[in-house]
Design a protein around this ligand. Structure first.
Ligand SMILES: Cc1ncc(COP(=O)(O)O)c(C=O)c1O
Length: 460
């Protein structure tokens, strides 16, 4: 049996002892202090040596087993594996798969949670994608298997009845918003949420449309504040980005009624609609009125933006124009990501992944809420997605918190870039705190640092 390297557990820390222990063992396996094949002490022996309960050591081992850093051999013991390979007992590369302890903790919003992605399922999907014959003439609408998988996904997770023929593959939401915005008449005015998603707004402006900013309050986009004379309205009704509220039922109906009456397209960015943790989501706009809504979904939040894959559902006339433009210009979204997503969906791996993802993000969200509340700065936002907003009293505090956290290795975003445009009612200053990107252990480490930074900010 291998000697476990000295482990310094901090009993006064907010990070659970089991997380600290898993952290230390993982680091030892990553830096070579523990080597592949080393046998770990039993949970009982280690608990005795560290003077902690066996629940702590068992939870730490479970975590390492789940991540693939260790493997259990029945009746023999628990052994160190070369590198983390979640979902598989076998190491693929003998290199550390998680950042070293002192590295940056990524708490900016936007990145997906890759820790829970089953690497075996992921490899299987890529193999299946490669086993299929190459396409000699890719259809501009996208891979038929992908479009069918998306139609099933939309029905199951978003309550939208759409056939595969209604779905177009895209290269992700920003690219798809650009495609649609390019088809608007020159000089069109497009309303966007303020604060809102910078990339989509930049995209709309880039194709030559005039951007009109419209405020957001606790019921989402203020529909009454939309001016007349618009060509389209871009919005995030399921989980407003960045403030994290959803568009109320009354506002949904009012928005669609005006869109019908005034001839607007509604661009519904459903970037993380699958990730709702309390009640069932409100009906998506496209389900309420498919005649005026263009619905955008993406694999960026539920899987990874590196797939470069998303989808849209649009009224038939717009779909035809999009396809005609793709054909005329020879532009179409890449097939590889579509094939991979279709393969993941076909064997049930996508559904399993979504269940695991939701379970993990619920826990992480709770860790975040508890940490920032304990520091005297309760978070805001619906129980959904992978980020929350932590309001702060003023811009100086926000700047100070960002700088102090960065100095201690925690990367955070502030509401600063939106500040000038934030209407009364929404928090003007604060943090946009993402909790999907880091490992769970790094999240706990980052939250510990953030808590002390926020406490210090409170006593300023
Ligand atoms: C509001 C919003 N929409 C869409 C996306 C995803 O965009 P894409 O599919 O272009 O990666 C993101 C990702 O961060 C987002 O925050």
């Amino acid at each position: 049996m291998t000697e476990v390297p000295p482990v310094a557990l901090d009993r006064g820390s907010a990070t659970p002892l089991s997380v600290q222990l898993a952290d230390a063992l993982r680091e030892a396996a990553a830096n070579g202090t523990l080597r592949p094949g080393d046998r770990l002490p039993s949970t009982r022996e280690l608990a005795g040596a560290l003077r902690v309960s066996r629940t702590v050591t068992a939870a730490a081992y479970d975590q390492l087993l789940a991540e693939g850093w260790a493997e259990a051999r029945r009746g023999v013991g628990t052994f160190v594996v070369g590198a983390a390979v979640p979902g598989s007992a076998a190491p693929i590369v003998p290199a550390p798969a998680v950042p070293a302890r002192r590295s940056l903790v990524e708490l900016r919003a936007g990145s997906p949670c890759l820790e829970v992605l089953d690497r075996a399922a992921w490899r299987r999907a890529w193999r299946m994608a490669g086993d299929r014959e190459p396409d000699s003439q890719p259809e501009p609408a996208g891979d038929p298997a992908f479009r069918a998988a998306v139609a099933a996904h939309l029905l199951r997770h978003r309550g939208l009845t759409a056939g595969p023929e209604d779905v177009l593959a895209t290269a992700g939401t920003s690219a798809a918003v650009a495609e649609v915005a390019r088809l608007l008449p020159p000089g069109s005015r497009v309303a966007v949420e303020s604060p809102g998603y910078g990339r989509a707004i930049a995209t709309i402006r880039e194709v030559g449309a005039e951007v009109v900013r419209v405020p957001v309050d606790e019921d989402g986009l203020v529909v009454e504040a939309l001016p007349s004379g618009l060509a389209a309205v871009y919005c995030t009704p399921a989980h407003q980005y960045p403030l994290g509220r959803r568009l109320s039922a009354a506002r949904r109906l009012a928005l669609l009624a005006r869109a019908r009456a005034e001839g607007w397209r509604v661009l519904e960015d459903d970037y993380d609609g699958e990730l709702r943790y309390d009640v069932a989501p409100l009906p998506i706009l496209a389900a309420l009125d498919p005649g005026v809504v263009v619905h955008f979904g993406t694999a960026s939040k539920i899987l990874t933006p590196t797939l470069g894959t998303g989808w849209l559902v649009a009224p038939p006339d717009l779909r035809e124009r999009l396809l005609a433009r793709r054909t005329a210009t020879g532009t179409r979204p890449g097939r590889a990501g579509q094939r991979v997503l279709a393969a993941l969906a076909s064997g049930g791996d996508l559904a399993r992944h979504l269940r695991r993802l939701r379970r993990e993000l619920v826990v992480r969200r709770q860790l975040v809420l508890s940490a920032v509340a304990a520091a005297g700065h309760p978070a805001e936002g619906d129980p959904a997605g992978a980020h929350v907003v932590v309001p702060l009293p003023d811009a100086d505090t926000e700047t100070a918190v960002l700088a102090a956290a960065a100095a201690r290795g925690v990367a955070l975003d502030g509401l600063g870039p939106y500040r000038a445009r934030t209407p009364a009612g929404g928090p003007a200053d604060g943090l946009v705190l993402g909790f999907a990107a880091p490992s769970r252990a790094d999240l706990c480490r980052g939250l510990e640092i953030l808590t002390s930074v926020l406490r210090a900010a409170r006593s300023r």
